[in-house]
Design a protein around this ligand. Structure first.
Ligand code: URA
Length: 249
């Protein structure tokens, strides 16, 4: 094949979200003699979800963050793990009073295995700095710990499969204040269908499990949305001033 012929194929891969090569050598999968390992479908992910998630999901037996990270590494109930390069567990200081939750890692986070290190993360750092915070004073994680291909939004089944991990993560960190970045984090953890425009800027109560302490929680716009709609930055700044005031009490 001439290299000119390959360009439309590469372009198609890119549009489908294949933007990193994960092997040094190309593999001709048509020649494989081995039965092809089928990726989990969403139906399988749902079927694998435990019937009583509050007790039988592996997240709930984890007593430390390291145990939780290991449980996530061994988890096979979410097909996103198969296309991602790395598990994105968190970034920042797990002893901080403020914990922020985003949606899912992007390409930079997937490459580095750390939350919010790409363009959205750089904007988040500026917002944090405006109220005297930085990554030594906050802890950051996501609803979904593996990058969805092409940065597509996570499906309901993917969120349901991963939700016990983030709930246990929050319970183990037990922050004074929880900040939900964007609609996916807010709707998932607050258990509401209400949109982020209505939810943002108001204090809410969040309890990871019925026996864990109630955490003061506030939702705000996601930094990726601010990159597309910079006119909304003032709203986010206002939300972070509310957070700053609460931290000083
Ligand atoms: N967007 C998110 O929601 N999380 C990240 O870690 C990066 C971008």
């Amino acid at each position: 094949m001439k290299s000119d012929d390959l360009f439309p194929l590469l372009q198609w891969y890119h549009e489908m979200g294949v933007d990193v090569a994960i092997c040094d050598e190309p593999q001709n999968r048509f020649e494989s003699k081995e039965p092809v390992k089928r990726a989990h479908t969403h139906t399988e992910t749902t079927a694998m979800a435990p019937s009583n998630p509050s007790t039988s999901h592996p997240a709930y037996s984890c007593q430390t963050l390291e145990e939780l990270r290991q449980a996530m590494m061994s988890f096979n109930g979410c097909a996103l793990k198969e296309t991602a390069m790395n598990l994105v567990f968190a970034d920042g200081n797990p002893k901080a009073s403020v914990m922020l939750i985003g949606e899912a890692p992007g390409a930079d986070e997937d490459r580095q295995g750390l939350a919010f290190v790409g363009q959205s993360g750089q904007l988040l750092d500026k917002v944090l700095a405006s109220v005297g915070l930085d990554r030594t004073k906050v802890y950051i994680s996501n609803i979904i710990p593996w990058r969805p291909p092409g940065n597509r939004p996570p499906t309901t089944a993917e969120v349901a499969a991963c939700q016990p991990f983030i709930e246990r993560h929050i319970e183990l960190v037990n922050p004074k204040i929880l900040v939900l970045l964007g609609g996916v984090a807010a709707k998932t953890l607050l258990g509401t269908a209400e949109g982020i425009v209505k939810l943002r800027g108001k204090w809410q109560s969040y309890q990871p499990t019925p026996t864990s302490p109630v955490i003061k929680t506030i939702a705000t716009f996601h930094p990726a949305y601010l990159l597309r709609s910079p006119g909304q930055k003032a709203m986010v700044w206002r939300d972070f001033l509310t957070i700053e005031k609460e931290l000083k009490l």
